[in-house]
Design a binder for this molecule. Structure first.
Ligand SMILES: [Fe+2]
Ligand SMILES: [Fe+2]
Length: 245
């Protein structure tokens, strides 16, 4: 496919999640437009554009005009080309490993900035509270995926999940999707509380490092949730449905 025809075969009815699954570099495009492609992956392109005050033809023209720049950026992993177990391994080795290292650092910085500068900016304690909640929720969430859902996905791929309790895997997947929604909402709240992760003139170095870390966290969360909500979970559900009861 030529890099100038990225919009080929994209219709207004295409869902955002499926588009990014088929063309991973679209993640960067939608991110720039502020279009939610992970938790909001089931919305159509037309609905997503309307929500952002954009029209579809202009958006597709913009896509083609930025295709070369998008392709020149760091490569996105093609999650749709991986086996299910391989994708679960990839998510653990990249996104989960990143979060386990980064969340304690973000909590430590957010607490420190709130304690030192909260007196002059009442939003900083709110930022610290949201970061603490997010870290606790994500840590618990990853533990459930690693101990319960991902092993089940690997068993389903191996064809060995017959008679598994929890109504195939629909229930744990629904629970994980609800938790993604909660993490997405908290992250959106952090973006609002920090004026889009923008430091003001008074911000100290720790505050600046915190905002940079939060912006990176947001971008990683979107990629992480996209791979689970729009690739891993639907494929695992389809595979489970195709297996004998
Ligand atoms: Fe995950
Ligand atoms: Fe998850």
């Amino acid at each position: 496919m030529s890099s100038t025809t990225l919009s080929a075969a994209i219709t207004p009815e295409s869902t955002i999640g499926a588009l990014v699954a088929a063309r991973p570099l679209l993640a960067r495009f939608f991110e720039r437009l502020g279009i939610d492609y992970c938790c909001g992956g089931k919305q159509t392109l037309a609905a997503a554009c309307q929500r952002r005050g954009l029209d579809v033809p202009t958006t597709l023209a913009l896509l083609d005009s930025t295709a070369a720049a998008l392709a020149a950026g760091p490569a996105e992993v093609d999650a749709a080309a991986m086996g299910l177990g391989q994708l679960a391994d990839h998510i653990e080795a990249t996104h989960h490993a990143y979060l386990k290292a980064e969340l304690p650092r973000l909590v430590e910085m957010a607490d420190r900035v709130a304690a030192k500068h909260g007196w002059r900016d009442g939003r900083l304690p709110e930022v610290a509270a949201a970061v603490n909640t997010l870290a606790a929720e994500m840590t618990d969430h990853m533990r459930k995926e690693e101990k319960i859902l991902f092993p089940l996905v690997r068993e389903i791929e191996a064809g060995a999940a017959d008679g598994f309790p929890c109504g195939s895997i629909a229930n744990p997947i629904r629970q994980m999707e609800a938790e993604h929604e909660s993490a997405g909402n908290l992250t959106a709240k952090l973006r609002l509380l920090t004026d889009g992760f923008t430091p003001n003139a008074e911000a100290c170095n720790t505050h600046r490092a915190l905002l940079g870390g939060l912006e990176e966290f947001e971008s990683d969360l979107h990629r992480h949730v996209h791979k689970e909500n729009n690739v891993l979970f639907p494929r695992a559900l389809a595979l489970a449905a195709a297996q004998p009861a």
